[in-house]
Write a protein that binds this ligand. Structure first.
Ligand SMILES: C[S@@+](CC[C@H](N)C(=O)[O-])C[C@H]1O[C@@H](n2cnc3c(N)ncnc32)[C@H](O)[C@@H]1O
Length: 429
């Protein structure tokens, strides 16, 4: 076993031994019931040592916790469902029990591949989770539509990512719903963490990462250690969180289970717009002009997975393809989103920005006069005089350390707002 990975073939062998997988003649009912009833969990628990599982927080929710987390929730309003530490997929599986079915099981699987996002350190877990999701699709098509098909498992979708959830930018967008039961072991907190210094619960850091990177309007369902709800050592953590989320409920639910002897709580919330604090005008910049005099400011309109794609083919700027500090003379990526198109030149600024970042307004100049689509993670600043030279002046303003100080004062959390950028003082050295 390399890097704690379990070869998928041994999981397949285990299913075969149980009589579920048989040279392509697959019986969905038997397969799905074994996949659903804890077979995958038993297999992982029997394959990995308890110490390995403890050091990486490998304790799965199982169907009963998954049901408790999502019980009675109307999931119809959410577009994508994101589990940033997916394990073998218990939470996403529960979500899939209520997602609509398409015409055929294969169509449903294609749709779910777009609507589910999963991350885990171990690819083998992602493989198993995706296998279970597909088995459920076949099962539901058989049970609800009387369609019986042989299962042919598809490749892992692009949204199933091997990686560290604390590092990955999940590119969350409004209407995403995060469902999570993160690892609980204690790990070193990064500087400026809401959870404090030293070794803290990994669950706190995982939740914090999601909340800091989520734009307003993201749903959050989290099964986390109860100490985060009730412990005095997490009082500051709770206070910081509630500045960034609308808390719907945060209830204790008792002991998680035998192997993980820990009390848990379920948090239900939605992320909210950053709080802006009023600041006294700086006497040095008082009466100065602000960015709004020279630029119109808006949010990029493209929300991937939500914006219809039946528009004309245009250049497409995203937080990924627009390098900070660069000038883009021509778009390198193209898309057909049907929404507002912007004509250059303009400056784009990343909406994600934190007081701990060196530069708060991380910008890119788009100097082409082509029509272009812009992703929702970016703010668009269009010069009212349409001049590239005015954009260059703006870059100096955005790069100025007084701008960082001003934004740190004005915005406490991780998203720049249109309002803050509009009223940014126009600093001319
Ligand atoms: C408590 S289990 C929960 C799994 C699943 N969400 C569930 O409810 O059953 C936590 C999972 O997080 C994964 N994990 C641990 N650290 C991680 C990290 N830094 N990034 C992504 N996944 C991680 C582990 O491999 C494990 O599968």
């Amino acid at each position: 076993m390399m890097n704690g990975e379990i070869p998928l073939s041994s999981f397949a062998t285990a299913l075969m031994t149980a009589g579920d997988l048989d040279e392509g003649t697959l019986c969905p009912e038997k397969l799905v019931s074994d996949l659903m009833n804890g077979h995958a969990t038993d297999f992982v628990y029997n394959t990995l040592s308890l110490s390995d599982r403890r050091s990486h927080g490998v304790f799965f929710s199982g169907a009963s916790w998954a049901k408790k987390i999502l019980a009675g929730r109307d999931l119809t309003g959410w577009q994508r469902f994101v589990d940033p530490s997916v394990g073998v997929g218990d939470l996403l599986l529960e979500v899939c029990r209520s997602l609509p079915l398409n015409k055929t099981a294969n169509d449903t699987i294609k749709d779910w591949a777009d609507r589910l996002v999963a991350v885990d350190l171990r690819k083998s877990f992602l493989d198993i989770a995706w296998m279970r999701v597909q088995a459920l699709a076949f099962h539901r098509h058989a049970a609800e539509k009387g369609q019986s098909n042989k299962i042919i498992f598809k490749e892992l979708p692009d949204n199933f990512l091997v990686g560290d959830a604390l590092e990955i930018d999940l590119q969350l967008t409004p209407n995403d719903c995060v469902v999570m039961n993160p690892p609980y072991q204690r790990i070193q907190a990064p500087e400026n963490s809401f959870a404090g210094k030293g070794k803290r619960s990994a669950a706190a850091l995982h939740l914090e990462h999601i909340i800091r990177t989520a734009p307003p309007g993201v749903g959050i369902f989290a099964l986390i250690p109860d100490v985060l709800r009730s412990g005095s050592s997490y009082a500051k953590f709770r206070m910081e969180l509630t500045n960034l989320i609308n808390l719907i409920s945060f209830e204790p639910f008792g002991a998680f289970g035998t192997q993980a002897d820990i009390d848990v709580a379920i948090l239900v919330a939605t992320s909210k717009a950053p709080e802006e604090v009023f600041i006294e005008p700086d006497p040095e910049v008082c009466n100065e002009l602000c960015v709004e005099e020279f630029f119109s400011v808006s949010v990029g309109p493209v929300v991937p997975h939500r914006t219809p794609t039946n528009g004309k083919l245009c250049g497409y700027l995203t937080a990924k393809n627009a390098a900070v500090g660069e000038e883009i003379k021509a778009a390198s990526e193209f898309a057909t989103y049907n929404c507002r198109i912007e004509r250059g030149p303009f400056v784009i600024v990343r909406r994600t920005s934190s007081p701990s970042d060196k530069k708060r307004a991380r910008s890119t100049l788009f100097s082409s006069r082509e029509e272009t689509l812009v992703e929702n993670h970016l703010l668009i600043l269009k010069p009212k005089d349409r001049k590239i030279s005015t954009c260059r002046l703006l870059l100096n303003v955005l790069d100025h350390e007084r701008t960082d100080a001003w934004l740190n004062h004005r915005i406490r959390c991780r998203h720049l707002t249109v309002g803050a950028i509009k009223s940014l003082p126009w600093i001319a050295d």
